[in-house]
Design a binder for this molecule. Structure first.
Ligand code: SF4
Length: 213
């Protein structure tokens, strides 16, 4: 499925019908959300949902959430952008990751991690009567947009809220997020977020030859 084409078609329809739907946007961090907010706030009234129980350690969680709030406060957008924080329920992440601690990034643990966060977004979108939900995660070249789309569509069926098809790395989204990070002076972390990705990033730093990203 070509998620970007689907999104282009949907945005064109919204413009034609002069509709501004409500979107619950799960965000993993400020840098990834920067491009998505710049792009989608022209079409949607967005609530950024920061739900990332995977982040380790807690000081990193605090740093990322504060950065997210600062960015929202500073960005000039066509339609309003608001913010809601989820619960930092670390135990849910560790329960989900049990037995998968040594799986490489991009494997089964990550698929479950996507679902953990998207499920909470879908649940909140249903509770809040949103028109759509989606996530910033697909902007990263390390993230599997097809899997995210598959999970999103399945959860849309379960919760009765539409999943906004997306592959934000298209249209130079990732490149633009780097530019915006520079413009807004954002902190860009060098590991995905969990304890296991931090461990792998530290190993890469020590021995870049042997460890691939
Ligand atoms: S590497 Fe990233 S996506 Fe995978 S489990 Fe860790 S935090 Fe989640």
């Amino acid at each position: 499925m070509n998620y970007q084409r689907e999104l282009d078609q949907l945005l064109a329809r919204l413009e034609e019908e002069e509709k501004v739907p409500r979107l619950l946007l799960h965000s993993c961090c400020a840098p990834c959300s920067s491009y998505v907010l710049e792009y989608l706030s022209a079409y949607f009234e967005i609530t950024v949902f920061y739900y990332n129980p995977n982040i380790y350690p807690e000081s990193e969680y605090t740093k990322r959430i504060l950065e997210q709030q600062t960015l929202i406060g500073e960005m000039k957008t066509k339609h309003p952008v608001s913010f809601v924080a989820g619960v930092y329920e670390k135990e849910k992440f560790y329960e989900m990751a049990a037995g998968l601690e040594h799986v490489r990034e991009g494997g089964e643990r990550c698929m479950r991690c996507y679902e953990l966060r998207l499920r909470e977004a879908a649940r909140l979108a249903e509770e809040g009567g949103y028109d759509y939900f989606t996530t910033t995660l697909s902007i990263s070249p390390m993230k599997n947009a097809a899997k995210l789309g598959e999970i999103g569509q399945r959860l849309a069926g379960e919760y009765g809220v539409k999943y906004l098809p997306s592959d934000f790395k298209k249209k130079n989204g990732y490149k633009r997020s780097i530019e915006l990070s520079r413009i807004y002076g954002l902190y860009r972390q060098d590991y995905c977020g969990c304890e296991f990705s931090l461990r792998d990033a530290q190993a890469r730093r020590k021995d870049p030859e042997k460890q691939e990203n």
